[in-house]
Ligand binder design. Structure first.
Ligand SMILES: Cc1cc2nc3c(=O)[nH]c(=O)nc-3n(C[C@H](O)[C@H](O)[C@H](O)COP(=O)(O)OP(=O)(O)OC[C@H]3O[C@@H](n4cnc5c(N)ncnc54)[C@H](O)[C@@H]3O)c2cc1C
Length: 377
């Protein structure tokens, strides 16, 4: 279905562009792939493009991510945040169909369970579940939670279960995207973009992309998906979009004792804003902290391991198998993400803060429809 849609859109637009995508995280990669499928000629530029993908040595936000997809469980039911989530969740299954190959198996592990901290939160969850039954969202009473064998403190208010939300392994996603990019006609440039320059003529505007090592490139359209690197490229052009770093730490814990019913745990439990993700027989991923800046704070890590003082004994007895951190890009004074057509041929699609994996399909879709609109003007 997606292939048919993209083919017909490309045929209709009848105007293929030369496009540069700056940044090869989940956002840049998915956007580049969608544009190439529409028939555009795409270059993707990032110094980290061909690096091995490991979480422990996370190279960008996408490889550090936990990959939790909290779409339909979102608290609001209107506004841009909800529209983006609704759209992205509808698109995710199509992306899985495209990216899931024998070489790079890819799936969404679901369901996701979000535990209510208070009576008030539980009643809000009850309202959400009534509105989103058709999307697979239900409210479970505290008794039902206990029957699932979820032995965490404060489960006595119940929880939301969302059968379509869940988790995608972000390293497998990046690998699958790279494989798909390699098979398409997209060209990789493993360099940093140091400057963007307008080249205007009477009838159109092009963009000169200055690279750290090679000759500059001239393009019809530039898409900036460079997270924290975006601001430096935008400021000289007169577009001020301050973005701040928010560090996140993740723990991979080895469990000595396991909670009863461990094998029945859902792929993601969200407890007081912390994700608990069972990994294999004996491990649990826990994360992520929210730390303004770029320096890790050991106290935040301790708070995470203790589930803010609510850790049950089996969690207290666990040991740290490994841990890592990464940086999220949060727009200042504007809501995340930054999706803007700034000028003819200059598009910003970045600053996804805590939800860049979740919103990658909706972002790629927004960029491609923005370009189609520009072509039709
Ligand atoms: C610990 C942690 C946990 C997270 N958990 C989740 C989660 O569960 N679910 C979720 O949806 N999101 C999560 N996130 C957020 C998510 O990872 C990000 O929102 C997402 O990865 C952003 O993707 P991106 O492509 O915009 O940026 P990035 O992945 O950071 O990629 C940006 C790329 O731009 C490149 N770049 C920068 N400047 C330049 C330049 N001048 N020239 C060329 N290239 C440049 C960089 O090298 C980099 O590769 C988490 C983040 C962290 C840190």
């Amino acid at each position: 279905m997606y292939k048919e849609q993209t083919k017909s859109r490309a045929e209709n637009s009848n105007s293929f562009k030369q496009i540069a995508v700056i940044g090869s995280g989940a956002i840049g990669n998915m956007t580049a792939l969608q544009l190439a499928k529409l028939g555009h000629e795409v270059h993707i530029i990032d110094p980290l493009i061909n690096q091995l993908i490991h979480t422990e040595e996370a190279i960008n936000g996408s490889t550090a991510s936990l990959g939790v997809l909290m779409g339909y469980i979102y608290k609001r039911s209107s506004g841009r945040g909800w529209s983006l989530r609704e759209r992205t969740m509808a698109l995710w299954q199509q992306w899985i169909d495209i990216l899931n190959t024998q070489e790079t198996p890819l799936k969404i592990d679901s369901p996701l369970l979000q535990i209510a901290k208070s009576k008030e939160e539980a009643s809000l969850m009850g309202l959400i579940s009534q509105k989103r039954k058709h999307l697979g969202v239900e409210f479970l009473s505290s008794k039902q939670v206990l029957n699932l064998g979820i032995s965490l403190a404060k489960t006595n208010h119940g929880c939301l279960i969302s059968y379509q939300d869940g988790r995608i392994n972000p390293l497998e996603l990046q690998q699958a995207l790279y494989n798909a990019l390699r098979k398409s006609k997209i060209q990789f440039i493993q360099e940093t973009v140091i400057k963007l320059e307008r080249k205007s003529s009477i009838c159109n505007q092009k963009w000169l992309i200055h690279l750290s090592k090679s000759k500059s490139l001239l393009k019809d359209i530039v898409i900036i998906c460079a997270a924290l690197g975006s601001e430096t490229l935008l400021n000289p052009l007169g577009h001020h979009r301050p973005i701040e770093p928010i560090l996140g730490q993740v723990l991979d814990l080895q469990l000595k004792d396991k909670p009863s019913n461990w094998s029945n745990w859902p792929p993601v439990i969200v407890f007081d804003g912390i994700n608990l993700i069972p990994k294999g027989m004996n491990n649990l991923l826990l994360g992520a902290t929210l730390e303004p800046g770029t320096t890790v704070n050991t106290e935040c890590l301790q708070e995470l391991k203790s589930l803010r003082g609510n850790a049950p004994n089996w969690l207290k007895n666990s040991t740290i198998h490994t841990n890592w951190s990464g940086i999220r890009a949060r727009p200042m004074n504007r809501p995340a993400p930054l999706l803007e057509k700034l000028e003819d041929g200059l598009i910003l699609a970045t600053g996804h803060y805590r939800n860049g994996i979740l919103l990658a399909p909706a972002t790629a879709d927004w960029v491609s429809s923005t370009i189609s609109k520009q072509n039709n003007q």
